[in-house]
Design a protein around this ligand. Structure first.
Ligand code: NSP
Length: 231
């Protein structure tokens, strides 16, 4: 944490503030994307949401793998517990959401199983699993936390401001709700605190690499939303 003294004023910058600030313009693109605006006001076309859901189910499978690596790399039981709790949400409530939404929207199992991950889905999945596991370089706890934080913080940042939106489509309301519950918001704050704690003592070169990793995943989050429009 950097700090500066100005008269009596003490200002501090969290490492995670730096991650977010240095990921611009992608942070703003990802958290205010037309996909989430149209989801909240109910104007998102079904075919766009279906394309997104199929790709996101591939992504969430990789996300669960990345969280598993983070559980393994975590320093102790107190840090493993929130990560394991999130893994349980992903593999239960969130998994149920995907299967229920496919059924509601008439997407049969062969379609969601056999549609391959798009190049954007492959890139973001490799970034998070590679970042968390070390397959893409020096995968350690700080890298795992950085990619997980990016993935979940982007979603909290778009969903919390539209938590009261009531689009007519139940699957749109549920997708907002999953990312705007007090539990999820608390988990993202915990991710921030834990990422600050794990990264603030690292040397400048390692921190630069983490900033670049967060920025790359943020860019891919924005591209992932855009990909759903087929553009
Ligand atoms: C691409 C992406 N990024 C993040 C999330 C939130 N878990 C998600 N569902 N999809």
């Amino acid at each position: 944490m950097s700090s500066s003294n100005n008269e009596n004023e003490l200002t501090t910058t969290r490492f995670t503030d730096r991650l977010r600030d240095e990921s611009e313009p992608f942070w703003t693109q990802a958290t205010t994307h037309r996909f989430t605006r149209q989801l909240a006001d109910g104007t998102l076309p079904d075919e766009v949401f279906i394309r997104y859901l199929i790709q996101d189910y591939h992504y969430v499978d990789c996300l669960a793998q990345a969280v598993g690596f983070a559980v393994a790399l975590a320093p102790d039981m107190a840090t493993r517990r929130p990560l394991a709790g999130f893994l349980s949400v992903l593999t239960n409530a969130e998994n149920d959401f995907f299967l229920k939404s496919f059924a509601r929207l008439g997407v049969d199992e062969a379609t969601w199983r056999n549609t391959p991950p798009s190049p954007v889905t492959q890139a973001i999945s490799e970034a998070i699993v590679g970042g968390a596991s070390g397959h893409a370089g020096s995968g350690q706890y700080p890298e795992a936390m950085t990619v997980l934080l990016c993935s979940e913080w982007v979603y909290q940042a778009w969903a919390e401001p539209v938590a009261d939106a009531q689009p007519p489509q139940p699957q749109y309301r549920e997708w907002i709700e999953l990312h705007a519950t007090a539990e999820f918001i608390g988990f993202v704050e915990w991710l921030r605190e834990e990422t600050d704690r794990a990264c603030e003592g690292l040397d400048a070169e390692r921190q630069e690499a983490l900033v670049a990793l967060f920025r790359k995943v943020t860019e891919l989050e924005a591209a992932f939303f855009e990909d759903a429009f087929g553009s």
